[in-house]
Structures are given as structure tokens and as C-alpha cells.
Design a protein around this ligand. Structure first.
Ligand code: 5RP
Length: 233
């Protein structure tokens, strides 16, 4: 059922891709794999793709998309990705699949961030259901764990998982994230942290929610709506 809701939202996402679409960015996870399978049908419209994970690249290759490395491009018009949780301000927890660092780079690079979710991902506050992942340098594990525990949270090492950058992930439980920008900045500043899976300073611009009644809700971020909507879409 959830897959159907994601597919419905993804169909709307496809409509944001123009006939002569320049380079787009693609995230990672089951929603995005599903989206890639749909993108395959309009491949001829898309000049190339930057992807956040090797898994996404593997699926993109099935359709012979031109794949670009982040370092080799100057511009990304639209970034499509999903989230583990998203709040009313379109700030997110991401990194369930462990690709958070590349996802954050591409999200910040892109002019427009379109987030595709089913309604189960919508929360009143971040940290409500899903742990907050952080990618860290292995040598800093004990130190970072102690600092995060001081926030009253529980820290769990993600076992048998190494990121594409050769690092490890800590999943933070029981952290009620009421001020996402402040927490993002705080955790980012701990030495040894590569990326925190809080996407608060750079929220999504457009949110597509596949609803249980099979409709799709479209939400625009206020800043984006005021500054960019008519320029890019
Ligand atoms: C991967 C992510 C994904 O976007 C997030 O985990 C959601 O995944 P899914 O589409 O499988 O529900 O951040 O790092």
C-alpha cells in the first residue's frame, strides 16, 4: 500500500521535469528506486543525472542515463529525494539508507529540492518516530557518543554498515528535535562528525505527499514560493 502512495506522489514529481531538462539530482532509498524506474520512461528528456548512492547509480545504469559526478558539474536544477521524517516546515530527517552525506551535498547544490513521501513520513516534530543518523569518523565514536548522550538521547552504533565514504553511522534515539536548525548546527560542530541527517537549514522546497485516500498533496515552502516559483517552474 505504501508503495502505491509513493508511486502516486512520484507521478506528480515527474511533471516537474521539462522536455529539455538539464542535469537533475537523485537521492537514495526505496522511494527513489521506484522513481528511477518511472524516470526511465522519459530518459530522452534528461541530459544527465547526479546520484547520491552507488545503488541509485546501479538502477540508473539500467536505463543508460548519463551519470555525472558531483565534482564535474556546475549546476543542478532539481533534486528529487525522499525522507525518513518531514515536519511542517519541510525540514527532514534523512539517512535511513546511509547516503546522507552525498544527499546533503546535492540537496544544497540544487536550486529546487522536491521531496517525495507517503503520508506515514509526516510528523509534528522531528525525532518522533525515526532515529537521527549521523555519519562519523570511526575514531570519534566513543567521544561523539558521550556528547550526544548528554543531550538525553540514546546512541546506537549501526552495525555491519560502512558508508560509501568509509565511515560509520550512529543512530540517535529519543531526541525530540524542537529546534532543528539549532540541533543541526550543534551536532555538525562536534569534531569527528561528517554529516548529521537533519536537513533543517536546507529544507525541501516542494513536498509531494502520497495520501492514504490515493490523492497527492502538494506543498510549497514559503521562501521558495515567494522567491523562485515563477522563475523555475
Ligand atoms: C537514504 C534516505 C532516504 O531518503 C530515506 O531513508 C527514505 O527512504 P525510503 O524511500 O526507503 O523510505 O535518506 O539515506
Amino acid at each position: 500500500m505504501l508503495n502505491k502512495l509513493k508511486t502516486n506522489a512520484s507521478k506528480i514529481a515527474l511533471e516537474y521535469i521539462k522536455k529539455n531538462q538539464n542535469i537533475i539530482g537523485i537521492g537514495s532509498g526505496t522511494t527513489i528506486i521506484n522513481f528511477i524506474n518511472m524516470l526511465g520512461h522519459i530518459k530522452k528528456n534528461i541530459k544527465g543525472i547526479v546520484a547520491a548512492s552507488e545503488l541509485s547509480i546501479k538502477f540508473l545504469k539500467k536505463y543508460n542515463f548519463n551519470i555525472y559526478e558531483i565534482n564535474h558539474i556546475n549546476d543542478i536544477n532539481i533534486y528529487f529525494d525522499s525522507a525518513d521524517e518531514i515536519n511542517n516546515n519541510m525540514q527532514m530527517i534523512k539517512g535511513g539508507g546511509g547516503a546522507l552525506t552525498n544527499e546533503k551535498i546535492i540537496a544544497n547544490f540544487a536550486k529546487i529540492f522536491i521531496c517525495i513521501v507517503d503520508q506515514s513520513k509526516i510528523v509534528n516534530y522531528l525525532g518522533a518516530k525515526h532515529p537521527l543518523p549521523i555519519e562519523i569518523i570511526p575514531q570519534a565514536q566513543a567521544y561523539i557518543t558521550r556528547i550526544i548522550q548528554k543531550l538525553g538521547a540514546k546512541v546506537k552504533y549501526r552495525s555491519n554498515f560502512i558508508t560509501e565514504h568509509g565511515n560509520i553511522i550512529l543512530d540517535i534515539y529519543n531526541l525530540q528535535i524542537l529546534d532543528p536548525i539549532k540541533i543541526e548546527k550543534y551536532i555538525n560542530n562536534i569534531p569527528g562528525v561528517i554529516t548529521v541527517g537533519l536537513f533543517a537549514k536546507r529544507p525541501a522546497d516542494i513536498l509531494l505527499i502520497g495520501e492514504k485516500n490515493l490523492s497527492v498533496t502538494i506543498k510549497y515552502n514559503n521562501t521558495f514560493y515567494n522567491n523562485y516559483l515563477y522563475k523555475y517552474i
